[in-house]
Design a protein. Sequence first.
Length: 247
Amino acid sequence: MTEPAAGGRFVEAARGVRPFAVDPEVMGRIRPMQARDAEDVARLHHAAMGNSLWARVGRRFLAVLYRVLVDSERFLAFVYEEPVEPGSGRMRVRGFIAGSTDPDAMLRDTFRRAWFLLGPAALPGVLKPSVLRRLAETARYKRVSDAVHLPGPVPAESLFCSFEPDLRGRRVSGHINKVLFDDLLARGHRYVKITTEVDNEGANRQLRSWGFVDCGRFRFYGKDMVTYVLDLEASPRVEPVSRHPAV
Ligand SMILES: CC(C)(COP(=O)(O)OP(=O)(O)OC[C@H]1O[C@@H](n2cnc3c(N)ncnc32)[C@H](O)[C@@H]1OP(=O)(O)O)[C@@H](O)C(=O)NCCC(=O)NCCS
């Protein structure tokens, strides 16, 4: 992959990043997402990112989508869980991250493979005019979000990440980022892309603390968006470690 036209921007960003101190207890509560997590992940996704197209189609659709995505070899996702009560063996999912080694190919294959599950789950949602409008706009997503200064093709993407509000700002989410980014590097990806709203304070603060480089702005769903890219090889926080079984 070629170096970015902007030269050492990635190296410079990595230089300002503090190493990431891993808390083994937090790390021990992160595991690969499984089909049984689909309802919890749909709840978390819907609660915090209700504006995303997938959430607008409906919570039932989200649950079915996550259930089928976990079978895709291009889907890379983890959950964070805690005991329901201290000392209890019963665990509750309180945060997640969902990424992909190639979102376009992943979605294409998943819809082809599981259309008979996804279609009926999506139907009530896609008939809403606001969702239809967004679906039409989503066809432009890759074109507009990539129409920035990317360092060559960047197939890997962190698509969604969310934690229950009382866990935010405590670096638990930082741990789940690390797990995803380590895995991507272990699989040979040099860069990871994330898009977020320009006014999403929590996401922007976190991504800047990781050394993500602002590669450009675009408008989507009537909102100002930013495309961030992290050079996984240059990051002092990322190591090539896979904690996800290959499907
Ligand atoms: C986006 C989201 C996942 C970010 O998670 P978070 O819990 O804030 O992230 P973290 O605690 O890991 O860390 C954020 C960084 O900001 C720092 N930080 C946290 N709270 C801070 C505060 N009040 N002031 C200054 N810095 C702060 C942390 O120290 C950390 O820096 P570090 O990595 O150098 O240690 C979380 O806000 C969330 O779930 N939001 C709702 C869903 C969402 O918007 N998802 C993003 C869609 S792209």
